[in-house]
Design a protein around this ligand. Structure first.
Ligand code: ZN
Length: 271
């Protein structure tokens, strides 16, 4: 078992940056109707559409959960729970086991980390859980060329949903805004940061899987089942900067240099 280094010490940090191509219309609604549509896109203050980091992270994690659960720990070597499920087995992750969550509350302060170390799955150690902050963070994805984006994208008519029954009702008028991919490509910037990758742990397996899934294509936002909101990482665009050792950070900070130097991707994945 690799000990949880958590957030108490900073051992290494890697910043991945690349381009995400939107390959199908994006419907990522802000949740507040505007005077133009019932479901406008998420936009920043300047009116530019963006993909919240939390949406990306959620899409990535749930896809990883599905794949890892389908294969099982024996095949992947990775312990992974399925968030929002309930697992009462003795080796269940604390994120999905109520008894362990209660036990955690009864631990003295100096025992909390050790308890989490025993009972968190590998996926939660990377992506975080209600009891443990994430070591993998994703920034909001903004367009590569913000100026190219119109104030309003396309408005589509949808089917209204009855709030009480959840059933579709055709007589409820409803429309939503989608961002259509442009001919020359619509690109967003991916910025992902990972801290404290533990040597010899499942971290590198999970990181590889995350990058492969981003390259393969993930669905974000609404109407995913209908194929909307597909984004793909362009592999040739991916760069990683960081430091592999806290001494590198210290030396850079002492001299006022940038501690995040460009690193070969394979070197980081094999760290
Ligand atoms: Zn878990």
């Amino acid at each position: 078992m690799t000990a949880i280094s958590g957030h108490h010490t900073l051992q290494n940090r890697y910043r991945f940056e690349g381009r995400l191509e939107l390959t199908s219309p994006l419907r990522l609604s802000s949740g507040r109707a505007s005077d133009v549509t019932d479901a406008p896109l998420m936009r920043d203050r300047a009116g530019v559409p963006y993909i919240p980091g939390s949406s990306l992270r959620g899409a990535l994690r749930s896809e990883m959960e599905r794949i890892l659960a389908g294969l099982g720990k024996e095949t992947t070597g990775v312990r992974a729970c399925i968030l929002f499920s309930e697992d009462s087995s003795p080796d269940a992750c604390i994120s999905v086991n109520r008894n362990k969550q209660e036990e955690l509350l009864n631990q003295s302060e100096d025992k909390v980390l050790a308890y989490l170390d025993l009972h968190l799955c590998d996926l939660c150690r990377l992506f975080g859980s209600p009891a443990y902050a994430s070591r993998l963070t994703l920034e909001d994805s903004v367009p590569v060329n913000p100026a190219d984006h119109p104030k309003h994208a396309n408005i589509r008519d949808g089917v209204g949903i009855d709030r009480d029954t959840g059933a579709a009702r055709e007589n409820i008028k409803f429309n939503y805004e989608v961002l259509e991919p442009e001919k020359g490509g619509t690109f967003f910037i991916l910025r992902m940061q990972v801290e404290n990758l533990a040597k010899g742990s499942p971290d590198s397996t999970l990181l590889r899987l995350a990058l492969s899934l981003l390259e393969e294509g993930l669905f974000v936002g609404g109407k995913r089942a209908a194929g909307l909101g597909k984004i793909r990482l362009r592999k040739d665009s991916l760069k990683v900067r960081g430091f592999k050792d806290p001494k590198e950070l210290w030396e850079a900070l002492k001299t006022g240099g940038d501690p995040h130097r460009e690193l070969p991707l394979e070197e980081v994945l094999n760290a």
